[in-house]
Design a protein around this ligand. Sequence first.
Ligand code: SF4
Ligand code: SF4
Length: 82
Amino acid sequence: MDGRRAIPHIAADSCKGCGLCLSVCPENVLAIEAAQVNLKGYFPVSVKAEENCIGCLSCALICPDVVFTIERIDDHLEGRDE
Ligand code: SF4
Ligand code: SF4
């Protein structure tokens, strides 16, 4: 075990770069990727510190565009804004 509890997966082309997920992530896992533009023409969110994710699902719950799938390492449950 390396201590990680969850892995955030991002559908970057669905992101509109609103920043809501960054504001609620308690572990500072996420960042806006300003070096590239997605298919919608936005700067998409990216994972900058995957190892810090605790699987709280806050990002998935607040995202209006269903960008996140959170893979729980301990029990393999998935959380999603559906
Ligand atoms: S699940 Fe929680 S800790 Fe992980 S990226 Fe989302 S808001 Fe941050
Ligand atoms: S809340 Fe959703 S749409 Fe907004 S920046 Fe985060 S992933 Fe992108």
